[in-house]
Design a protein around this ligand. Structure first.
Ligand SMILES: C[S@@+](CC[C@H](N)C(=O)[O-])C[C@H]1O[C@@H](n2cnc3c(N)ncnc32)[C@H](O)[C@@H]1O
Length: 401
């Protein structure tokens, strides 16, 4: 009989220690309390159907529940993203914390951070997910965490006000209950989707408004229930899709598809291109009629649409014309220059507006974290302020340093 060499099989404790080291190295864990929480909670026991290696890997999600089309409706978020959000939340012992979207493990981290004097409530809209989270929490010994079955849109008023609210599904808006559910100096960490890109934003309460303290790119399953996103999506042709979550944007697929077949205007900005996520935040909030253009690899290979659209690119959309950004290498000097491709009868005007924004960003705001985001509740003012996007319960707006 051949002996099995198990010298490379690592114990969950060893995998956990490796994970914490790697989380520090990759700028996930920054502070000792968060490191201690990740070192203590036996993460693999909240993912009993996954291997410990997957449970403790930094960037793997663990699927929990899928819908009838096979899309994830609940997952255990990646360790890295959880660490980033817990650092953004800046949780102290004794705090009362609400988590919207349950899985168990993040609530256990929260309980470690608030300690025995604090309180953690976690709410989920899905009965199966919540029951699973409750089972895991009890099995591992986090019996004090409160679990609530409800649509998180309305918060959990019984436990309010909370020092911290952590939302763990991609939100499209910030309902009034989340702001009023915070203490006066409370903080909400929420993955907010603006024009197709989700960022985990730490917002501090400022009266009845919110002002951002930090933001990081994030990926989340979408919010369900009353707060679900209001998004329109049209296919211009096989492999070319436009999406927008702004009701003011016209989406006329036939005219835009015809524009793509027409002549193509190429305009170079003379400005540097880098930090695409920061650039895209500036663009999507400042373009007068923004959408996100996606193109499949075959379409890009055919030369019809630039490679910038492979993962979605901010587009400026008119009734019959469209413009989006691209880039080219700077000859000799290294780096890239940004530019615009435009199609349709209004191509010149759209390219002018787009190029002007590319230059403004590169000259004035080209660095990480330059934006401050605000959420202002209430009806959207007319005219809408610069760099603002209307939502059901208020507006998201930004300024750049
Ligand atoms: C990424 S999972 C949560 C991960 C979890 N926090 C963890 O510990 O890994 C997102 C969860 O949000 C829940 N969800 C979606 N919409 C919701 C809503 N309106 N109210 C409460 N929960 C919601 C989903 O059912 C899903 O379980």
């Amino acid at each position: 009989m051949t002996a099995i060499d198990d010298s490379t099989v690592r114990s969950p404790d060893a995998l956990r220690a490796d994970m914490v080291r790697a989380l520090r190295a990759e700028d996930g864990v920054r502070t000792e309390p968060v490191a201690a929480a990740f070192s203590t909670v036996p993460r693999h026991r909240f993912a009993p159907d996954a291997s410990p290696e997957v449970a403790y890997s930094l960037h793997s999600i663990v699927p929990v529940k899928k819908d009838e089309h096979g899309s994830d409706v609940s997952v255990m978020s990646t360790a890295h993203l959880q660490a980033v959000m817990l650092e953004q939340a800046d949780i102290e012992p004794g705090m009362h914390v609400l988590e919207i979207g349950s899985g168990g493990v993040n609530a256990a981290y929260l309980q470690e951070l608030v300690g025995t004097a604090g309180e953690v409530t976690t709410v989920d809209i899905d009965r199966d997910v919540l029951a699973r989270a409750r089972r895991c929490l009890d099995d591992v010994g986090y019996t004090q965490v409160k679990t609530v079955l409800a649509d998180g849109e309305h918060g959990v008023p019984e436990g309010a006000p909370y020092h911290r609210i952590i939302v763990t599904a991609a939100a499209w808006d910030i309902p009034p209950s989340w702001i009023s559910g915070l203490t006066e100096k409370g903080r909400i960490v929420v993955p907010l989707t603006v024009h197709g890109t989700t960022r985990s934003i730490a917002f501090d309460r400022d009266g009845n408004r919110l002002i951002s303290h930090s933001y990081r790119l994030a990926n989340f399953v979408p919010m369900q229930g009353e707060g679900a996103a209001d998004e329109r999506k049209v296919m211009l042709r096989e492999g070319v899709v436009l999406r927008t979550d702004d009701a003011r944007v016209p989406l006329a697929p036939q005219a835009l598809n015809a524009a793509l077949d027409g002549s193509r205007l190429e305009r170079w900005s003379g400005a540097a291109y880098d930090l695409p996520d920061e650039l895209d935040l500036f663009l999507t909030l400042n373009l007068s009629s923004p959408a996100r253009l996606h193109a499949a690899p075959g379409i890009v290979d055919s030369g019809l649409v630039e490679a910038s659209a492979l993962r979605g690119v901010p587009a400026l959309v008119g009734r019959d014309s469209i413009a989006y950004r691209t880039r080219r290498e700077n000859a000799g000097t290294g780096g890239f220059e940004s530019g615009v491709i435009a199609h349709g009868p209004q191509a010149e005007a759209l390219a002018d507006q787009y190029t002007d924004l590319l230059r403004r960003w590169a000259q004035n705001h080209r660095r990480r974290g330059a934006a401050t985001l605000r959420y202002l509740p209430g009806p959207a003012p007319t005219p809408l302020p610069e760099a603002a996007v209307p939502r059901r319960h208020g507006i998201v707006t930004a300024t750049w340093a």
